[in-house]
Design a protein around this ligand. Sequence first.
Ligand code: BGC
Length: 347
Amino acid sequence: MGFTRARNAVLAAGMIVGLSSCQTNPPQEALKPLPPFAAISADDQHATMHRGMNILGADPIWRDPAGARFHPEHFGRLRDAGFDTVRINLHAFAHTDASGAIDPAWFATLDRLLNTALYDGLTVILDEHDDIPCERDIAACGPRLQTVWDQLARRYKDYPNRLVFEMLNEPHGKLTADVWNAMLRQILAVIRASNPERNVIIGPSGWTSIDQLATFDLPEDDRHIIATVHYYWPMRFTHQGAFWVQETANLSGVTWGSDAEIANLNKDFDGVKAWGDAHHRPIFLGEFGAYEKGDMNSRVRYISAVARAAEAHGFSWAYWQFDSDFIAYDMSRDDWVGPIRRALAPQ
Ligand code: BGC
């Protein structure tokens, strides 16, 4: 994204507590076991991902399952609305002890969510979303990521191939291109020790912005990689009024949808597609969206244009996000935000 931000803690603190107290446990004993892992190419995997949704990043469920806003039925709602993939935003660093071991209670919550999503036929991306703790301290970040991925990868190594790992959300700050290109190889080696053929999603440093693909260097001999980018351009439209982006926090009334803006979007995606073709990597657009402070008509034009342009360029995508902010789903009514859902997945 290339803008300064100070956000996750504030977003989490600002969450409204969920209204209902449904169980998070699916009746798993009544279900057939999930199929074992079977290797699938990155292209074949990507071809099944289609339309996706970012979920659970700021949900109280991780600390207190009884306070969950997201409930198992929401996986079914996503599926029924035409989504094939969920990108679960994990903040694992906050749930480790001094030795780096992940809290068993956190893992139990993740097991339940993961199993339910897979039973519901969704592709699940486990996205390690700890870019903020990583931005200032490489010496701490590298080993922490390796420890977390060692545990995640070993725990889920036999899970079906519809489970995909995403190494790190939006590397940035001290994770410069050179640092990240080296670090991603070390983390990949940790994942490959238990998951030699599972597809892994990795994006470039510099907030996974499309203009950073030029600096992105993936290991040529690992073909089980899907490349990812995020798209929030123009920031002055998508992040107007967003308190965590200094440069756009005070903007308002910015609209979107002129012919020139649509042409820019398509030109941007032509460049991404050219990179993917040249490197033989499928492209997953892992985040895009427009913050609530913008006017709804422009937001709908933007969201629909980005989703359709991604599809026309052969990218799978995931909208930012289901709940919390940029919402596609209104938890207070327990229903979709109609215009956003229709823009994303017209039926
Ligand atoms: C961040 C969120 C942020 C969003 C849009 C995501 O990658 O993790 O905190 O709200 O981008 O700015």
